[in-house]
Design a protein around this ligand. Structure first.
Ligand SMILES: Cc1cc2nc3c(=O)[nH]c(=O)nc-3n(C[C@H](O)[C@H](O)[C@H](O)COP(=O)(O)OP(=O)(O)OC[C@H]3O[C@@H](n4cnc5c(N)ncnc54)[C@H](O)[C@@H]3O)c2cc1C
Length: 398
């Protein structure tokens, strides 16, 4: 009897292997499987995360199409307006600007939801999705070959596939295995996050107070509750995090109380050092990067995970199209299509958010004056404001 040696394709157990079970990886795995791409998700339980995500309308639309939004809606709070306030202590300040979703014919820019609830709902949907198997383990070894990919789990199981999707965060092992370089940069900033309860209603308005150390952002999260992202110098973030609840509430109240009335803490606190990251490519044959494996931005304007959700939708679309036409979902043409589809959006958001963040940190009079002028223009010129609002939600509108 002649035995034919199996090609890597013939051995493939999955069309796609997604590594990483944060929100971007969970969504990518779900959308791939829903699109007919047999998927294995290699993901230990996600670490504790007390952040919330302002899911903009484009992300909500993706979750609606995937059938997941109804489960999330009860825990999500609409953001009907976004208010930018320049901190009074700056040498040259801009005017207060309010963006209202109604101006662009929408009820809300999006919804704010606790990451914990978002990840739990996505993980639950993953259990019920045909075509999707979750291996609750880390990817210990990833090999990307010409004909396929192999992932060995921490427990020693070997998984074979045609495409590996790296959703494994900033230190991505998939990115390293794919030989994709990365540009990293630091910010002298950290974000303190917590949840507040407050005396006055937030009127579904998200408020960003721009200080010389970064934005102090209050986002609606239920009735008389808001999530706080306070970006400041790392030493101040560490000192704030070390305060007892009453003292931290007082420190927060100095900025928040003129807007929300008396505040008390209503959740644990966490500090995130800020840094930026941009992968030199988003894909190579047989490997694609999504979410923070590909790009990490400071938390201004709620862009980071929204970008990651658009990555997840795009890889699922191109791999699903390939699968339906009988093509190989990890082939060079497919990953090149993903790179082409995502490159512009990722590059423009990474640059835009970085510039916006740096414009807050500068003390140079010309830059401050330019920023104040830009805010004046945005306040006065309605078409410019509407363009910014549409582009803020998603490239080219949704
Ligand atoms: C303070 C703050 C506030 C923010 N607010 C917003 C916001 O309002 N809106 C917004 O859009 N974005 C926001 N962001 C950005 C957003 O939080 C991130 O974009 C998002 O969490 C990234 O998700 P991810 O799934 O790509 O990565 P992660 O959440 O980092 O997930 C990566 C996962 O991969 C797993 N992993 C790593 N290595 C392996 C391995 N070898 N095998 C298996 N699994 C592995 C990890 O355990 C982890 O679960 C904010 C960020 C910060 C810091």
């Amino acid at each position: 009897m002649t035995r034919t040696r199996k090609t890597p394709e013939a051995e493939a157990e999955a069309d796609a292997i997604v590594v990483g079970g944060g929100p971007a990886g969970l969504l990518a795995a779900l959308l791939l499987a829903q699109g007919g791409v047999a998927t294995v998700l290699v993901a230990p339980p996600a670490p504790e995360d007390h952040r919330t995500t302002g899911l903009l309308a484009g992300s909500v639309a993706i979750l609606e199409r995937a059938g997941i939004w109804p489960a999330l809606l009860p825990a999500a709070s609409p953001m009907r307006a976004i208010r930018l306030i320049d901190d009074g202590g700056r040498r040259i300040s801009g005017p207060e600007v309010v963006f209202r979703a109604a101006e662009i014919g929408r009820k809300a820019f999006g919804h704010n939801i606790a990451n914990r609830e978002l990840v739990a709902a996505l993980a639950e949907a993953a259990v019920e999705t045909p075509n999707l198997r979750r291996v609750s383990d880390t990817a210990a070894e990833i090999r990307i070959g010409i004909g396929g990919v192999t992932v060995r789990t921490g427990a020693g199981e070997t998984l074979r596939g045609r495409l590996v999707v790296g959703a494994d965060g900033r230190g991505s092992a998939v990115r390293a295995a794919a030989g994709i370089g990365v540009r990293r940069w630091g910010y002298d900033q950290a974000a303190l996050v917590t949840t507040l309860r407050h005396a006055r209603g937030h009127d579904d308005i998200s408020t960003e107070i721009h200080t010389a150390a970064g934005p102090f952002t209050l986002v609606p999260l239920g009735d008389r509750r808001s999530s706080l992202v306070w970006v400041t110098r790392p030493a101040e973030a560490a000192a704030l995090a070390a305060l007892d609840d009453a003292a931290l509430a007082r420190a927060i109240g100095r900025r928040a109380e003129p807007i929300l009335g008396a505040v008390t803490l209503d959740g644990p606190r966490q500090v995130f050092p800020l840094s930026g990251l941009a992968a030199r490519r988003l894909a190579v044959p047989r490997a694609a990067l999504v979410g923070e494996a590909a790009h990490a931005l400071p938390p201004i304007g709620a862009q980071g995970l929204n970008l990651g959700f658009r990555d997840a939708a795009a890889i699922a679309e191109v791999a699903g199209e390939a699968r339906r036409t009988g093509a190989d979902p990890g082939a060079a043409a497919v990953t090149a299509r993903y790179e082409a589809r995502r490159r512009g959006d990722v590059a423009s958001r990474t640059t835009g958010v970085d510039l916006l963040n740096r414009s807050l940190l500068t003390d140079a009079a010309p830059a401050l004056a330019l920023r104040a002028l830009a805010l004046q223009a945005v306040k006065r010129v309605a078409p410019l404001r509407r363009l910014l609002m549409r582009e803020g939600i998603a490239p080219g509108g949704v």
